[in-house]
Design a protein around this ligand. Structure first.
Ligand SMILES: [Cu+2]
Length: 116
């Protein structure tokens, strides 16, 4: 029992130290708890960089990354809130960049394929 109490204490301490997320942020609603498993990336995969607008906290970035990773044909998504950018590794035969953009827009953010 003592171990349980201690871990609970540590748990709440960690929680208290973590930065509080912005309440008005759209990423706070309907947060998915899907697994963050890395998929195997074939050599034929390609990378696209999307410019993402509308992110207001790191949670937005994680939410977008999560949604992108759940798409068929996407092997990995790295979203940076600071850079307003999403780097997506995907299989062009399975999914188009338009679909990737669409998935980000569906979450309430603006996205465009970066020119370079
Ligand atoms: Cu957010």
């Amino acid at each position: 029992m003592k171990t349980v109490l201690l871990s609970m204490l540590i748990g709440s301490l960690t929680f208290a130290l973590a930065p509080a997320p912005a309440q008005a942020c759209p990423c706070q609603k309907g947060k998915s708890q899907a697994k963050n498993e890395a998929k195997k990336t074939p050599a034929s995969a390609t990378v696209v960089v999307l410019e993402v607008k509308g992110m207001t906290c790191g949670g937005c970035a994680s939410k977008i990354a999560q949604a992108l990773k759940e798409l068929k044909g996407v092997y990995g998504a790295d979203v940076s809130f600071e850079k307003n950018r999403a780097t997506v590794k995907f299989q062009p035969k399975k999914i188009t960049t338009a679909k990737l953009v669409q998935a980000v827009k569906k979450l309430g953010y603006q996205a465009t394929v970066s020119g370079g």
